[in-house]
Design a protein around this ligand. Structure first.
Ligand code: ZN
Length: 466
């Protein structure tokens, strides 16, 4: 596997955001990071100009994207679909995801976790998209009165037996279970899941604050799309939101599309719990596709005028068409969340919650899962395990060239540095000058990411709440 040094105007590392940062990538991992002139290694140095390097995004709640979704009829279809959605979301900065099911029949969920496991445990690794870390079961053990766009016919009481079956079929790749803790049998399910190393999240729940608190004491440590599909805060009936906000053990999912919750509340959560905020998309298969009829598990969804609603019931919104790049940008630009907090909420916090110690940050020993951001926080490049999976403006062409056979580079476009024959010190301290015209600086105008436009831009209106 190729090794190289990335340098850029800014680097979001564990210690914060620094100017003139570099990342040394060796064997798919981060070997070192630092500021200023990279160390004199015999490695090609790729200067990225005005780009910011940050840890790739990790989406722990995503049902689909690019026309593909997790819930499918056969295991092979699930496997293919999950790979395609992972490729789609990689173009929006996601380098790892937890493929999320919606409530479905027992057979369908068995098929889904098997298919996801086939991808997650594949010896090929992430392939050409984001890593697939496993599955997130959103239901079927949720409240009928808070079902939202989950298929009512698939809801059922918590069953340790069904969980045990799914855990076995998943070969240990079920990572998160969302359930309603007030249901009979939920406490036993929380204990069984957490004992198996699965994160338990409360969601689609009618629990009050006492029931939510009891769930956290039993081992639940996560809240699924906080505020959505649960009772709101009331000063005499604080509900699950207050219980989750007030418990330092609990990570808090937010769908930062500006529709699911008001930006003021995104800001509030970031202020009250800056180390527990987790940005998620809750994206459905229609994300990144054209308007019209799509599916959300067993249900038909209509995407029209920038909203996704149940085809049979237009008053019920059905998931989001959000992507992680837009979530981070909205959190920062609209909700006013500090950039460092928003980036950690999209990378470090979900990694920490999942126990993924080599992901979600850029420091020595971490996987080289890196997102390149322009000044507007649009994604201008994505690397997974040091491999280029998204490069719309050609900024990472030199890195891509390293993994090609020496005999087949694109003529005239591979910089000398990329061949490995020029030692890093030869590039000097002003890397932008040394690399010259080989690598165009990625200023704010180098977006090149198709439909990545931010809310308010043409074609980029925020869409579809759950
Ligand atoms: Zn969901």
């Amino acid at each position: 596997m190729s090794s190289y040094v990335l340098s850029a105007a800014r680097l979001a590392g564990r210690g914060g955001i620094i100017d003139d940062g570099y990342v040394v990538v060796e064997g798919g991992r981060v070997a070192a990071t630092g500021q200023g002139r990279p160390p004199a290694l015999d490695l090609p140095v790729v200067d990225l100009g005005q780009v910011m390097l940050a840890a790739g995004y990790i989406d722990v709640h995503v049902h689909g994207g690019g026309g593909y979704e997790v819930n499918c009829a056969t295991r092979d279809e699930v496997e293919t679909s999950v790979r395609r959605m992972a490729e789609f979301h990689a173009t929006h900065g996601t380098t790892a995801l937890v493929a999320t099911t919606v409530s479905d029949s027992p057979e369908a969920l068995r098929t889904a976790v098997e298919g996801v496991a086939a991808v997650a445990l594949s010896p090929d690794g992430p392939g050409t998209g984001a890593r697939v870390l496993g599955s997130h079961l959103e239901g079927p053990w949720i409240s009928r009165s808070r079902a939202g766009a989950q298929y009512p016919g698939a809801l059922r009481p918590p069953s340790v037996e069904e969980l045990t079956d799914l855990l076995a079929l998943s070969r240990g790749t079920v990572r998160i279970v969302t359930l309603a803790p007030e249901l009979d049998g939920a406490t036993e399910l929380i204990r069984a899941a957490t004992a198996a190393g699965v994160v338990v999240s409360i969601g689609h729940t009618d629990a009050d604050s006492d029931e939510a608190g009891a769930a956290f004491r039993a081992g639940a440590s996560h809240a699924t799309h906080l505020f959505n599909a649960m009772a709101p805060i009331h000063h005499r009936r604080p509900g699950p939101v207050a219980a989750a906000l007030g418990d330092s053990r609990v990570y808090l999912e937010i769908i930062a599309d500006g529709i699911h919750i008001h930006p003021t509340l995104i800001s509030l959560v970031a202020t009250v719990a800056p180390d527990r905020l987790v940005l998620v998309t809750d994206a459905i298969g229609a994300t990144g596709t054209s308007p019209g009829l799509h599916r959300l598990g067993p249900l038909e969804v209509l995407v029209e005028d920038g909203r996704a609603v149940l085809a049979e019931h237009h008053e019920t919104v059905a998931g989001s068409v959000l992507t992680m790049d837009r979530a981070v940008a909205l959190a920062v630009h609209v909700a006013g969340v500090p950039l460092e907090v928003a980036l950690r909420a999209a990378s470090l916090h979900p990694a920490t919650q999942l126990g993924e110690t080599t992901r979600g940050h850029l420091a020595e020993g971490a996987d080289a899962d890196i997102v390149l951001l322009d000044d507007e926080l649009a994604v201008v490049g994505t690397l997974v395990g040091g491999r280029v999976v998204h490069d719309p403006a050609g900024l990472l062409h030199a890195v891509s060239s390293l993994s090609r056979p020496r005999s087949a580079p694109a003529a005239g476009t591979v910089p000398a540095q990329a061949t490995g024959t020029v030692p890093a010190q030869a590039t000097g301290s002003v890397l932008a000058q040394a690399t010259g015209s080989v690598l165009a600086p990625a200023g704010g105008s180098v977006a090149g990411n198709g439909d990545d436009s931010l809310p308010g831009e043409p074609g980029g209106r925020p869409l579809a709440p759950l």
